[in-house]
Design a protein around this ligand. Structure first.
Ligand SMILES: [Zn+2]
Ligand SMILES: [Zn+2]
Ligand SMILES: [Zn+2]
Length: 362
């Protein structure tokens, strides 16, 4: 069946709104599979990209992936990879290695058991929810469809497998675990670097962004020296200077981001930042580090992940998870204080710094 026939059918069904037509759905499913399978192979053999936008709400990241990056792709259509898993499209490298699968969803999402099997086989699962309008474009890529995370709807793409963006913290990262070295409470944190222009030396100034996972969300941690023992040494490795500073403005001393020129900088190790006009951008040339960090100050590097090309990463300024003496990283039931709770205060930076140092509001 050709795509032209598809367009004809589309017009045909458009005259019968609301009609449940199994034949039409089956045709859309089949033609979308054909278009994607042909498109992937064709683009790959022509040395051209087959783009797909990826978005992860957990990571606050979007990126444009090229599914035809590997040369000489081949595909299997509707062939079983396990007794319970028969993907619409299985994509193989030129060498024949399985790379990922594409599931075209018109009515039914893949069964859980199939998704389990794909996971077991280490296969990324791309979901495409085609429309008749989008059909023709599927030969060139999936980027005309809207990238969604969750909330499936027609005319969209998404991942059904775990996000592999460098920031991503898996579900398990929500929980405390015993430190491998001393057995104390530990949890997984990500460290990355953001940059701004230093107000004093005009150079690129680097600040540390620390995040944990909570309630399925990525949460910024603003930490005083109290809880994140050893963070300054790790920051130094990432070319970020953290120093205990006495701030007259904050009326207290706390661990602050400092430019190489010595100027105090803002944000998670706060001087200003969340409440200020300084603007920071995530440095995508510095890999994201995942650490297991314990109360006693042991830092175990779990992974170091580079940002893939064409990533866009934004910083969520609605950060929570401030930790001081008693609220913070190592409490399972956390009396968290939210940064936004400080936002309306004219003295937000001061109040936050105070909280971080003393663990209580003033
Ligand atoms: Zn993610
Ligand atoms: Zn430890
Ligand atoms: Zn500076």
């Amino acid at each position: 069946m050709s795509l032209r026939a598809g367009e004809h059918r589309r017009a045909h069904f458009a005259h019968r709104p609301g009609a449940t037509c199994v034949a039409g759905e089956t045709a859309l499913h089949a033609m979308a599979i054909r278009a994607i399978a042909d498109g992937l192979v064709h683009q790959s053999h022509q040395g051209r990209p087959y783009p797909m936008a990826i978005k992860c709400d957990h990571c606050d990241v979007g990126r444009m992936a090229d599914l035809a990056r590997e040369p000489g792709l081949s595909v299997d259509v509707d062939r079983a990879v396990a007794p319970e898993a028969r993907p619409d499209i299985l994509v193989r490298s030129g060498a024949g290695d399985t790379l990922f699968v594409v599931e075209v969803i018109v009515t039914h999402a893949p069964e859980e058991s199939a998704l389990e099997a794909f996971k077991r086989l280490g296969l990324r699962v791309i979901a495409v929810r085609p429309t008749w309008d989008a059909l023709e474009g599927l030969r060139e890529g999936l980027d005309a469809l809207e990238a969604v995370d969750g909330a499936p709807k027609p005319g969209s793409t998404g991942l059904l497998s775990e996000c592999r963006l460098p920031r991503h913290l898996a579900d398990e990262a929500e929980h405390l675990r015993p430190c491998g070295e001393c057995g104390a409470d530990a949890r997984v944190l990500t460290l990355e670097v953001a940059e701004t222009r230093c107000y004093r030396c005009s150079g690129r100034a680097r600040v540390l962004d620390v995040h944990l996972r909570e309630d399925g969300r990525r949460v910024a941690v603003a930490a005083g020296a109290v809880e994140l023992r050893g963070v300054a040494a790790v920051a130094r490795e990432m070319n970020v200077r953290l120093e205990k500073r006495n701030s007259k403005a904050a009326g207290t001393s706390y661990l602050a981001n400092v430019c190489q020129c010595g100027a105090l900088l803002g944000d998670n190790f706060i001087y200003e930042g969340f409440s200020s006009t300084e603007s920071y951008e995530t440095d995508l040339t510095t890999p994201v580090r995942h650490y297991e960090v314990c109360r006693a100050g042991h830092w175990r590097l779990l992974a170091e992940r580079r940002w893939p090309p064409e990533s866009t990463a934004w910083r969520d300024l609605g950060a929570r998870g401030l930790c001081g003496d008693r609220a913070g990283v190592f409490e399972e039931a956390k009396p968290l204080v939210s940064v936004t709770a400080f936002d309306n205060s004219a003295d937000a930076a001061r109040a936050i710094a105070h909280f971080m140092t003393w663990g209580r509001r003033w």
